[in-house]
Design a protein around this ligand. Structure first.
Ligand code: SF4
Ligand code: SF4
Length: 451
């Protein structure tokens, strides 16, 4: 198999060995779930339930009439105890449905149907009704992405999982190979794409083999081996590597006839179409050098990360968690991240719930965490050499730091997709992604004001 890639980026240590051989196990239910009404890009859902209501697993509990939005569903049988703002992984408070979980939970039964007989419209409706969003972290509503205004000829399945530590997609490729390919085929049917390409980094030879076995004899489905390089799984870099097509700056993959979906999303699409199963749970990677018991876990949405830590034994070397507390000695744990180490969010507490886009919960020892304050740019040029978007992160940082956001935009801040490579390679620890986010926020506010 020839190995393809994109220009620039960086070769990172993988740290996949913590969990890549761990089969997916199901986490127990917490006593309470917190389900944010906005877990997606677009309009928030409005609550359909109130305190005191009994809810069933899979029941729709929030919805919006906006096109760019998805419904949210209860992940458990239980009783709503509040609809109120609760902190999420970004630190912001979001209106959430808080549900006390019934001690007795019967296994949900989903009605099975022939997914191959569904029309395009029925598939898209099933995807929307199931509340499916991009599960690689972007959380963009999938039914919107599958309504492109231009012809699409190819679906690229992002099976790279290029961030260090994360292995949940790898496990899905091994354990749900049939469902993944069926999901990809359903996605292709919705947009009328003739071809499906799985882009897999070659550090997952068993996943490549499983996929090749499953698609043997299929003329329009292929597996492309990709170099183990970050950010191989970002849309533009993935399309360049798999299809040798360039998505123009500021444009979307549909400009070159492509829609990209990730592995977990394709599996969720299969479940929605085959079983009418809403998105109530997901597989995530629980890992990091400070985690006592890393693994790949199927977790109900709304489960607070504190419960995940408690069930997995907390911090390596620390006293075991109790029902009330998860000991977090500062000499043993330096950082908790939701998502991957490159694009995830550091947590200041353990209350945030697992949501549709949560691909990982990572616990790092102090030794793994850079705590040095950033200094002035030393003009080494490393960030420019590595930026996969060919931007000038150094200048973005310099101008944003001075509050010159339009100048930061001139140097490409709005084209940055926040992969974090520039921060990783910067010897001055410049927080360039923070500068980029600040620039995007300020520019959006200024442009809205000018309208
Ligand atoms: S400027 Fe943006 S796209 Fe370029 S390396 Fe930095 S975070 Fe990645
Ligand atoms: S890597 Fe850091 S120090 Fe080097 S040019 Fe970029 S911002 Fe400046």
């Amino acid at each position: 198999m020839s190995v393809r890639t994109f220009q620039r980026g960086a070769f990172l240590p993988h740290y996949k060995e913590f969990t890549e051989s761990e089969p997916v196990s199901t986490l127990s239910l917490p006593p309470e779930v917190v389900i944010p009404l906005q877990q997606h890009i677009g309009a928030p859902s409005k609550a359909l339930v109130a305190a005191g209501d009994k809810v069933k697993v899979g029941q729709k509990i929030g919805e919006s009439s906006a096109f760019v939005s998805v419904p949210v569903h209860s992940s458990v049988n239980g009783t709503v105890i509040a609809v109120e703002p609760r902190p999420t992984f970004t630190g912001a408070s979001v209106e959430s449905v808080v549900i006390a979980v019934d001690p007795e939970q019967e296994e949900p039964q989903w009605p099975e149907q022939d997914h191959t007989a569904l029309t395009k419209e029925e598939i898209k409706e099933a995807i929307k009704e199931a509340g499916i969003v991009g599960m690689g972290g972007a959380a963009f509503p999938t039914h919107v992405k599958l309504s492109p205004p231009k012809p699409i000829d190819t679906i690229v399945i992002n099976a790279c999982e290029c961030e260090p530590f994360l292995t949940c997609d790898h496990r899905l490729m091994l354990e749900r190979t049939f469902d993944l390919v069926e999901g990809a085929t359903l996605i292709a049917r919705v947009v009328g794409a003739e071809n499906i390409v799985f882009g897999v980094e070659i550090n997952k030879p068993d996943a490549i083999e499983a996929l090749q076995k499953r698609i043997a004899g299929e003329k329009n489905i292929s597996v492309v081996g990709l170099a183990v390089k970050y950010p191989q799984g970002s849309e533009k870099q993935l399309i360049k590597a798999t299809l040798d097509r360039e998505v123009p700056p500021g444009k979307l993959p549909l400009e070159v006839g492509v829609v990209v979906q990730n592995v977990a999303t394709a599996v969720a699409v299969f479940e929605a179409c085959r079983f009418k199963k809403p998105l109530i749970e997901r597989v995530l990677t629980y890992s990091g050098d400070a985690a006592a018991n890393p693994g790949n876990l199927k977790v109900r949405l709304g489960t607070p990360i504190k419960h995940v830590l408690k069930e997995r034994g907390g911090i390596k070397g620390a006293p075991p968690p109790t029902d009330e507390d998860v000991p977090m000695p500062p000499h043993l744990v330096g950082k908790v991240i939701m998502g991957g180490p490159m694009t995830g969010w550091a947590q200041s507490h353990l209350d945030a719930p697992v949501v549709k886009g949560t691909s990982g919960i990572l616990l790092f020892s102090p030794a793994m965490v850079v705590k040095t304050a950033h200094s002035d740019c030393v003009r080494c040029g490393k960030c420019v050499d590595h930026c996969p978007m060919f931007l000038y992160p150094n200048y973005i940082g310099l101008y944003a730091e001075r509050g010159s956001y339009e100048r930061a935009a001139d140097w490409g801040a709005l084209d940055c997709f926040e992969c974090g490579i520039c921060v990783y390679v910067c010897p001055a620890n410049r927080p360039i992604v923070q500068f980029v986010r600040e620039t995007k926020r300020e520019i959006a506010a200024a442009r809205a004001k000018a309208k």
